[in-house]
Design a protein around this ligand. Structure first.
Ligand code: PLP
Length: 402
């Protein structure tokens, strides 16, 4: 057979801006681990990797569903029992004008479907900086340029309202609000939610309220849902089982569309078309949704107790270590310390991994104000691992930047 010189199969150029630094770094960590080093992983927000376990009543519900033969395709929007449970949860959170509810393969798929159903080429979506990189990756895939607004470190990482105002254009369709926030751990104030809702009203924007961490509030205040503050405004609230219910591998998330019925009708129809085109979310796992939302919430007491203690240890270490300082996280399990070093935070993170085997994620992977440098810590590991990791980071800083 004649051998033909095959040409390289190039990937689509719209992928040039698709990055996911959290997982991209894992490849380098694998190489370090292959050399026999034990990595201290402070990089991925998966509680199951540490001393947390999926509540057993959720596992029982999925097991029963599988045994009962719920192993075929599910309805595209999700099974009735799950949709009803999500509506009850929305009501408990004060979300009233619910126009649609759907179940997806994690919040990740909800985000992808909801952005794809909304934005045309040439339009834009406001995303926070720093940002959970899923949003910029999906927008890059859709060929939509980035339009970021700053979170203000001096104001506890609250959104910078003036920056949002300055960035809204006639072609802006939506604003993303991650609350509690990844990567900063900030929780949005009630006043800020109201002001963002006012801007959405004035400019006819959809608000994507990513509230996947809404039950992981570390201080004594309650989480306030954006959709409860702005019942009339088109809001898609994202939630799921990955974080609050410690089941990230099941890939179960959902979206709740609320707001004025007539205003959101065509958008809801668009979302429905995309939901049908991908068949359905995982079927048996959907039976865990009513078990989770309506069942015992006891696991949360223990989860929050552990996270508070690990947050406190983290903040104490940050603020007593030369060149590091940190706004105290108030929700979720991330800290985003600023670091004063004479080189890029990507170099810092890479060298820290190779020399001390501690894995964190560089701030430039999430976005940050020019001139500032950060790294993201996931403080899910127990106190012993955290203490070891923080000791190693402190030694690294002392040795490298003395
Ligand atoms: N949204 C935020 C803010 C996240 O931090 C994550 C995961 O870390 C996701 C969405 C993705 O969630 P899921 O596992 O439901 O796809």
């Amino acid at each position: 057979m004649p051998l033909t010189q095959l040409r390289e199969i190039t990937a689509a150029s719209r992928l040039d801006n698709v990055r996911y630094p959290i997982r991209d770094l894992a490849c380098l960590a694998d190489e370090v681990a292959l050399k026999g080093h034990k990595i201290l992983p402070l990089n991925i927000g998966d509680p199951i990797t540490f001393d947390f376990a999926t509540p057993s009543h959720l596992i029982d519900a999925v097991h029963k569903a599988m045994r009962d033969g719920k192993n075929g395709y599910a309805p595209s929007s999700g099974i009735k029992l799950a949709l009803e449970a999500i509506r009850r949860e929305a009501a408990r959170k004060g979300i009233t004008m619910v126009q649609d509810v759907f179940v997806t393969t994690g919040v990740s798929e909800s985000v992808e479907i909801c952005l794809s159903a909304l934005v045309n080429p040439g339009e834009n979506v406001l995303t926070p900086s720093p940002d959970y990189p899923l949003y910029s990756a999906v927008l890059a895939k859709l060929g939509i340029g980035l339009n970021t607004y700053d979170l203000n470190e001096q104001d506890g990482w609250q959104p910078e309202l003036d920056d949002i105002k300055a960035k809204i254009t006639p072609r802006t369709r939506a604003i993303v609000l991650i609350n509690p926030n990844n990567p900063t751990g900030s929780v949005c104030s009630h006043g800020m939610l109201e002001q963002i809702a006012d801007l959405a009203r004035q400019h006819n924007l959809v608000i994507f309220a990513d509230e996947i961490y809404d039950k992981l509030i570390l201080d004594d205040d309650q989480h306030v849902a954006m959709a409860a503050v702005a019942p009339d405004v088109p809001v898609v609230t994202f939630g799921g089982l990955s974080k609050n219910y410690l089941a990230p591998g099941w890939r179960i998330g959902w979206g709740i569309v609320s707001g004025d019925a007539a205003a959101v009708k065509p958008y809801v129809e668009g979302i429905g078309r995309l939901l049908r085109s991908r068949l359905c979310a995982n079927h048996p796992e959907q039976y865990a949704i009513p078990a989770a939302l309506d069942g015992p919430q006891d696991h949360l007491t223990e989860v929050i107790r552990k996270m508070r203690s690990r947050r406190d240890l983290t903040v104490k270490w940050c603020n007593s270590t030369p060149r590091v300082s940190c706004v105290s996280p108030r929700g979720a399990f991330y800290a985003y310390p600023s670091i004063d070093i004479p080189e890029g935070d990507d170099v810092f993170v890479r060298e820290l991994l190779m020399q001390k085997y501690v894995l964190v994620v560089h701030g430039s992977g999430f976005g940050q104000k020019p001139g500032t440098k950060h790294f993201r810590i996931v403080f899910l590991p127990d106190e012993q691992i955290l203490t070891k990791a923080y000791g190693a980071i402190a030694d690294f800083i002392k040795e490298r930047y003395a």
